[in-house]
Design a protein around this ligand. Structure first.
Ligand SMILES: Nc1ncnc2c1ncn2[C@@H]1O[C@H](COP(=O)(O)OP(=O)(O)O)[C@@H](O)[C@H]1O
Ligand SMILES: [Mg+2]
Length: 261
C-alpha cells in the first residue's frame, strides 16, 4: 500500500541471520501521525523489524525511509521504548529522562523545562528526584516513555512496553499512552502480543505471519477517538479482536508447538 507523503516507507525489506530468514520482502508505508500496532506469533520478526527501523540492526536487503531519507543507523528522529525498562539505577527520574538530549549535546534550561513538562505529561509530576528503585513497574515505563519523547522524535518505536506490567496497570498505561499520543500525534509503531491492546490503540494493525516474517494482513481500526476503555466491550471491538486472532491463531499454535518440541 502506498500512502501519499509517507512518514515511514519500507520497501522490499529482507533480513536473515546466517541461514535463518527472519523477514521476507516487507513493503509498507506509514502516514504521519498514524498509530500502528504489530502483532504476530513469537519469533516472527517483530523485534527485528523494529530494530531495523530504529537503526539498531541492518536489513539484509531493502530499505526503510523516514521522511524520504534512508535509515542507516540510530538517530534522535526515532525514540525507542523497550519491553524492559533500561533506566540507569544511579540516575534520578529526571536525569534518566534527559539522557537523549544529553547524548545529543543540547542540554540547557529550555530543554530541562521540556523534560519537566514531559514528566508531567506521563504523570510523574513530583517524582523527578526519585531513583528508579523507588518506582513501580508502571512508573518506570512512564520514565522510559518520557525519555523516548525527550528527543522529540518523529517516530516512536515501542516493543512490548507494557508486557511486564500487571493487567490493571497495563490498561491504565494504554489509556495514558493514548492521551499522550493525542497531544503530539507522533507516528508510532507498537509491538504487542496482546490483540485487544493492538486494537484499542491503533489506526491500523499489521499482522505478521510466521517465519519468514511477512505482513499477512493489514487491519484498519475504524473506532472513533478518543477511545474510552469501555470501547473494549463494544461488539465492533470484539469483532476486530476476533478477526485478528483468527488470522494468527494457526501461526501461534504452530510456534507454540515448535517451542515445546
Ligand atoms: N541477533 C540475532 N542473531 C541470530 N538470530 C536472531 C537474532 N535476533 C533475532 N534472531 C532470531 O530471529 C527470529 C525473530 O526474532 P524476533 O525479531 O525477536 O521475533 P519476535 O520479536 O517476533 O518474537 C527468532 O528466531 C530469533 O531467534
Ligand atoms: Mg520481540
Amino acid at each position: 500500500m502506498t500512502v501519499p507523503l509517507a512518514k515511514l516507507s519500507v520497501a522490499g525489506m529482507t533480513k536473515s541471520f546466517q541461514d535463518l530468514d527472519v523477514l521476507r520482502d516487507i513493503s509498507v508505508d506509514v502516514a504521519k501521525g498514524e498509530f500502528i500496532s504489530i502483532v504476530g506469533p513469537s519469533g516472527c520478526g517483530k523485534t527485528t523489524f523494529l530494530r531495523i527501523i530504529g537503526g539498531l540492526e541492518k536489513a539484509t536487503s531493502g530499505t526503510a525511509r523516514l521522511d524520504g531519507r534512508v535509515i542507516d543507523g540510530p538517530g534522535s528522529d526515532r525514540g525507542f521504548v523497550f519491553q524492559h525498562d533500561n533506566l540507569l539505577p544511579w540516575r534520578t527520574v529526571f536525569s534518566n529522562a534527559q539522557i537523549g538530549p544529553e547524548i545529543g549535546g543540547y542540554v540547557n534550561a529550555e530543554q530541562a523545562k521540556r523534560t519537566h513538562s514531559l514528566l508531567r505529561l506521563v504523570g510523574l509530576d513530583g517524582f523527578a528526584g526519585f531513583f528508579p528503585r523507588h518506582l513501580s513497574g508502571g512508573m518506570r515505563q512512564r520514565v522510559n516513555l518520557a525519555r523516548a519523547l525527550a528527543v522529540d522524535p518523529d517516530l516512536l518505536l515501542m516493543d512490548e512496553p507494557f508486557s511486564a506490567l500487571d493487567a490493571q496497570t497495563r490498561e491504565i498505561m494504554q489509556t495514558e499512552l493514548l492521551r499522550i499520543w493525542e497531544e503530539g500525534r507522533k507516528t508510532a509503531l507498537f509491538v504487542t502480543h496482546q490483540i485487544d491492546e493492538a486494537v484499542y490503540l491503533s489506526d491500523r494493525v499489521f499482522v505478521f505471519g510466521r517465519r519468514p516474517g511477512r505482513i499477512s494482513e493489514i487491519v484498519p481500526i475504524d473506532l472513533p477517538r478518543p477511545r474510552p476503555l469501555s470501547v473494549k466491550r463494544r461488539p465492533e471491538f470484539v469483532a476486530l479482536v476476533d478477526r485478528i486472532w483468527q488470522l494468527i491463531e494457526e501461526d501461534v499454535r504452530a510456534s507454540v508447538l515448535e517451542e515445546r518440541g
